[in-house]
Design a protein around this ligand. Structure first.
Ligand code: ADP
Ligand code: MG
Length: 393
């Protein structure tokens, strides 16, 4: 990796500013309902404390307060949880910039300080240089561990790097290693599994990965626009009419590049999308009125046969409506199958990660990307400003 990581910098007696992603879900009483994102950054924070840093100042956004103070988006509940997870006192400051904040951070007897929501200031998302400079003035070095916002050039992800030596935390480093490795230097055969509801969401990924991979396996709602483009009957299955020409051109491009695009050959179909709907298996052509909600058994076999030799697999998009148990069989089968292969398995995308979590197979995958939007942009081959801005080794 060409960027500095926290292991490359001397943290002893330094005040370290960390951008974390503590954008956690909360219930209406502001209880944190899932602390995965806080836990994910704990190894980085503990490492900084164990390396003899003088002070650790952590900053994050939460929700979309759009540049003003909105009480329900306060990071205060996060401070309490962070304190429990780190096992050391955390001082919460009720703002992130201003003279008082600098003084309070310096004077705090606690070694760990959490700043109030960055997005209470419009300057954060505008990447205002003065605001970034104020954040930077709090510390000696900067660590970015917020992969979920690395695709945005904000003051806390990009602006601040103009003022401080900047490195990647463990979480960010892992994302770059696996997602970056897959898109730049994958061990072959490299297979991509794409699903989800819409072709339009995945065009960038297809265009970037088609030349790099050996095959793209397509399932989920997006498969039906491709099947329709091939002249198959798709009943009332998901169709993006305005993407039919694009689907045709992608199929043509794949042929020219001698890459396979593998589509479903049978389907689980229903009359209406409902968790209790009676389903049946349809062959290559779907009868009028029927809606495909999952891949069928022959397709599972076909996909497994293609995937079995893979050394690198990127999976983005469930191959059926996995939220309903009855239509989760295809996604479950694929998840189980790839988790048993001797291959690097990389899961990208919010719903795909949720599916793998639902199947309790998270520990069996090589890497599960944490930021849905950021991981998609990485797979599209885009430069993530928050990564690009880090100091070169
Ligand atoms: P990710 O968040 O991992 O990028 P997407 O958001 O692209 O994934 O797609 C996930 C959604 O696709 C799920 O809500 C799922 O129900 C839906 N989906 C999967 N298969 C189908 C299908 N056959 N018809 C309609 N929607 C589908
Ligand atoms: Mg999604």
């Amino acid at each position: 990796m060409a960027k500095l990581t926290i292991k490359d910098i001397d943290l002893k007696n330094k005040t370290v500013l960390v951008r974390a992603d503590f954008n956690v879900p909360q219930d209406k009483d502001l209880n944190i309902t899932d602390d995965t994102r806080i836990r994910a950054t704990v190894p980085t924070l503990k490492y900084i404390l164990d390396s003899g840093a003088k002070k650790l100042i952590v900053m994050s956004h939460l929700g979309r307060p759009d540049g003003k103070r909105v009480d329900k988006y306060s990071l205060k509940p996060v401070a309490l949880r962070l304190q429990e997870l780190l096992g050391v006192p955390v001082k919460f400051l009720n703002d992130c910039v201003g003279d008082n904040i600098k003084q309070e951070a310096d004077a705090a007897k606690e070694r760990v300080v959490l700043l109030e929501n960055l997005r209470f200031h419009a300057e954060e998302e505008l990447n205002d240089a003065g605001f970034a400079k104020q954040l930077a003035s709090l510390a000696d070095v900067y660590v970015n561990d917020a992969f979920g916002t690395a695709h945005r050039a904000h003051a806390s992800t990009e602006g601040v790097t103009h003022f401080l030596k900047s490195s990647a935390g463990f979480l960010l480093e892992k994302e770059i290693k696996y997602l970056g490795g897959a898109v730049t230097n994958p061990e072959k055969p490299f297979m991509v599994i794409l699903g989800g509801s819409k072709v339009s969401d995945k065009i960038g990924v297809i265009e970037n990965l088609l030349p790099k991979c050996d095959a793209i396996i397509v399932g989920g709602g997006m498969a039906y626009t491709f099947l329709k483009a091939q002249g198959k009957s798709i009943g009332n299955s998901k169709l993006e009419k305005d993407k039919l020409d694009l689907a045709k051109s992608i199929l043509g491009k794949a042929k020219a590049l001698k890459k396979e695009i593998i589509l479903p050959v049978d389907h689980v179909v229903v009359d209406t999308i409902d968790a209790n709907a009676k389903s049946e298996i349809a062959g290559e052509n779907i009868p009028d009125g029927k809606i495909a909600v999952d891949i069928g058994p022959k397709t599972i076999e076909l996909f497994e046969d293609k995937l079995k030799s893979a050394k690198t697999i990127v999976w983005n998009g469930p191959v059926g409506i996995f939220e309903m148990d009855a239509f989760s069989k295809g996604s479950l089968a694929i998840a189980k199958f790839i988790s048993g292969l001797k291959a690097t398995t990389i899961i990208g995308g919010g719903d795909t990660a949720a599916a793998v979590a639902k199947f309790k197979l998270e520990d069996k995958m090589t890497h599960i990307a944490t930021g849905g939007g950021a991981s998609l942009e990485y797979l599209e081959g885009k430069v993530l400003p928050g990564v690009a801005a880090l100091t070169e080794k």
